[in-house]
Design a protein around this ligand. Structure first.
Ligand SMILES: Cc1cc2nc3c(=O)[nH]c(=O)nc-3n(C[C@H](O)[C@H](O)[C@H](O)COP(=O)(O)OP(=O)(O)OC[C@H]3O[C@@H](n4cnc5c(N)ncnc54)[C@H](O)[C@@H]3O)c2cc1C
Length: 388
């Protein structure tokens, strides 16, 4: 068991950290106020070659594993890159792309992956609907087969990147009577006729990512754009993608805990009360220690879940535990950081108030905390809750 990053992993971390600290962190107030994903950031990501991290090299990507990708994502928010923009990037890297990498046919991979990996096409993942959240297997968006096409009708909501995406992975029902076994997944050109995307929603946080409703009205999708077979959308595509999503996107919140610590240590070292920097007072020191413990646990859980997955072994328990712990720890660390900053912590320019606003999604998106706790108990005991 080796807890050290390899030289190459350390280099990946340091490269992203340096970029985010120099170019991204200084613009986070502006990004947060804009409620938009910054086009300049995507342009820089493209120049840096960071749009296809987990796409195999033969399709134009970087061919990195899940752990390497997590390390890069974590470095971005650790350096102060905002959680919202990082969520847009992470969504593209993981749930917008991985279904094609893992489940796409050769023709689908050749058609979509090179342009996704170069960043020419941005991607999104469309599962949630106005009436279907945690009960994800119950999707109601219909895909009806008509000759060489499917006709899509219905509404998706809370879709990250919908307003900026060119390609979407859309989860739809092809046979409602079969529930989860009747769900199919499609690669959809988001500019297709019949697709309407709402203006981005106003949100408490995560404002550097755009979250929208997407309507489908008689949208034609060629049969060759279906991933795997009819009925594989939930049990195959969804399940295979899920652990990538949980681990990859949670790395965003792990990094933010590190950022909260850095901001708190800096502030506490500068702020003088009663004749000393407040950093020298025990109650402040205890809080920093607790944040550091949370940060280290979260990083170790990330390493464990991602490296297990990279070794080819499913890691549902590890990925789920990692997400639940980090969702809680991220909220905790943002609250502690604000407390250490006193009244200044509530002021936008000190940036820790945004950490709190951005943290909450970690307990809701990609499976709410309650759903994931149930899943953990299910995996550990082999029993099912009466309600879920
Ligand atoms: C900023 C943002 C970005 C998002 N991005 C995407 C995206 O890109 N793609 C996408 O498809 N989705 C996305 N989502 C949707 C997200 O995954 C869902 O919000 C999440 O899965 C929860 O669904 P819901 O909001 O409908 O809550 P609900 O499922 O309605 O849950 C409401 C509450 O009830 C609880 N609950 C539900 N059922 C039970 C039960 N049986 N027993 C006990 N408690 C229960 C839940 O835990 C929760 O506390 C995003 C959401 C947000 C806010």
């Amino acid at each position: 068991m080796d807890f050290e990053l390899s030289e190459e992993q350390q280099r990946l971390h340091d490269t992203v950290f340096a970029f985010a600290k120099k170019e991204w962190e200084p613009r986070t107030l502006e990004i947060d106020a804009s409620h938009r994903f910054p086009a300049w950031l995507w342009a820089r990501m493209r120049e840096l070659g960071w749009c296809g991290l987990m796409v195999p090299a033969e399709y134009g990507g970087t061919g990195l594993g899940l752990l390497d990708t997590c390390i890069m994502i974590q470095a971005a928010t650790q350096a102060g890159g905002d959680i919202g923009s990082c969520l847009a990037w992470g969504t593209h890297l993981s749930i917008g792309t991985i279904p094609i990498v893992l489940c796409g046919s050769e023709a689908q991979k050749k058609k979509y992956l090179p342009r996704i990996a170069s960043g020419e096409w941005m991607s999104c993942f469309c599962l949630t609907e106005p009436g279907v959240g945690s009960n994800a297997a119950g999707v109601e968006l219909k895909a009806e087969r008509r000759g060489d096409h499917y006709v899509l009708n219905g509404t998706k909501t809370f879709i990250t990147n919908a307003s900026v995406a060119d390609v979407g992975i859309v989860i739809a029902t092809t046979d409602k009577s079969k529930r989860a076994a009747g769900v199919s997944a499609f690669i959809v050109d988001m500019k297709s006729p019949g697709i309407t995307v709402s203006a981005p929603f106003d949100k408490i946080g995560n404002r550097g990512s755009e979250t929208c409703e997407v309507g489908f009205a008689d949208t034609l999708v060629p049969v060759e754009n279906r991933l795997l077979n009819e009925g594989d959308g939930f049990m195959q595509v969804g399940v295979k993608t899920l652990e990538y999503e949980r681990t990859c996107l949670t790395a965003i919140w792990t990094g933010n805990i590190g950022y909260n610590i850095a901001l708190s240590v800096k502030y506490a070292g500068e702020r003088q009360q009663f004749g000393n920097p407040i950093l020298l007072y025990a109650q402040i020191r205890d809080r920093i220690a607790q944040m550091q413990i949370d940060y280290d646990i979260s990083k170790l859980m990330m390493y464990r879940a991602a490296s297990k997955k990279d070794s080819g072994t499913p890691a549902p328990l590890e990925a789920t535990e990692y997400k639940v712990f980090t969702g809680q720890a991220s909220v905790r660390s943002a609250l502690e950081a604000i407390q250490i900053h006193g009244g200044y912590g509530l002021m936008t320019e000190y940036k820790v108030e945004r950490s709190l606003r951005d943290a909450k999604l970690g307990q809701i998106g990609a499976g709410t905390e309650q759903m994931l706790l149930e899943l953990i108990t299910r995996l550990v005991t082999g029993t099912r809750s009466k309600t879920i």
